[in-house]
Design a protein around this ligand. Sequence first.
Ligand SMILES: Cc1ncc(COP(=O)(O)O)c(C=O)c1O
Length: 388
Amino acid sequence: MNERLAKRTEGISPFYVMELLRRTKELEAQGRDIIHMEIGEPDFPTLPTIVEAGLKQIRTGEIKYTAAAGLPELRDKIANFYLQQYSVTVAQERIFVTPGASGAFLLALGASLNPGEELLMADPCYPCNSNFVKLFDGKTKTIPVDASNNYQLTGKLIKQYWTPATKGVLIASPSNPTGTIISADQLEESIRTVNQIGGCFYSDEIYHGLVYGEKTKSALEFSDNVFVINSFSKFFGMTGWRVGWLIVPEEFIDATEKLAQNIFIATATHSQYAALAAFDPNALTELEHRRAEFQIRRDFLYQALLDLGFGIPIKPEGAFYIYADCSKFTDDSYQFALDLLEAEGVAIAPGKDFGAYEANHYVRFAYTISIDRMSLAMQRLEKFIRKG
Ligand SMILES: Cc1ncc(COP(=O)(O)O)c(C=O)c1O
């Protein structure tokens, strides 16, 4: 053990899929054709109008710090987005523009979590969120969830797992890795439960634009006393621009502002100007076409995996992932993913990247590639499975 290394880094779990990614690069360097279904990133390029808006600002040379909470006009647009999409009014002061949802989490947890305090979250879930908690010397208590609750938390589960050390609850809906959505009743009950106890409720709504059934409710439709995390990365197709946002309860505004000033000073200026263009009606229409394309891909992949014998108890309603039960083929989903990559050149993410519960029986497929490529991936997967 390196004495100079901070102890908290021991608790941060590695991303196993990065190991896979490293191997894909080696195989590609050897000339192998690798089909990438492991990465949570839309394959579509950023819309040209958004790129142009960012470039236009760069050309002015005025790439100075903005206000720590972000450009006022962008905060206004975000407030307006909530009015249009969810019929809720959010005061501009509660909105912080951040370097992605990741930056939003740093501010939300920095402003609300004390060392030793614990957050409840679902298992499986997106691993970075729980690693952020550890970064602030907090603890995570994961709650195993399954298809019976849409792989999401409920008020009952929250009550059951809450202890005096618990500070709050973090949900992500649509979920990464399962793509499932918390029902409106589950969400309302969960928020009510946390508010009654006096805890903090964090809602990761980064996949909200990417839903394929009924419109999803924002936590803000049920309470102002919630942290809402969102981003331009996924629906808006701007992963590398590093721009997202955070909405905080009123009592956290000043503390969040101080943290934003100190930690980031501001989010990248040209990215904020680019994000302004993302709310343009023509851009939103174009993004809606992309959403429809994701839905077609979801339907294709869902059926193809079922036909091959994978278990998918709930048809995912959002994001761009299918979390599939592969226990018919293996008891070690990580080895399964490694072997599939070596034998057939198809890269997928192992369950253990998302938690411990039943992780060895699950793998995550991202449908962030064309139907043609997915079709080829399914042929290779079938060959791999048949060989046993
Ligand atoms: C559930 C979830 N939350 C947050 C993030 C972080 O996104 P960002 O690029 O906005 O930092 C991701 C990225 O994959 C995610 O899947």
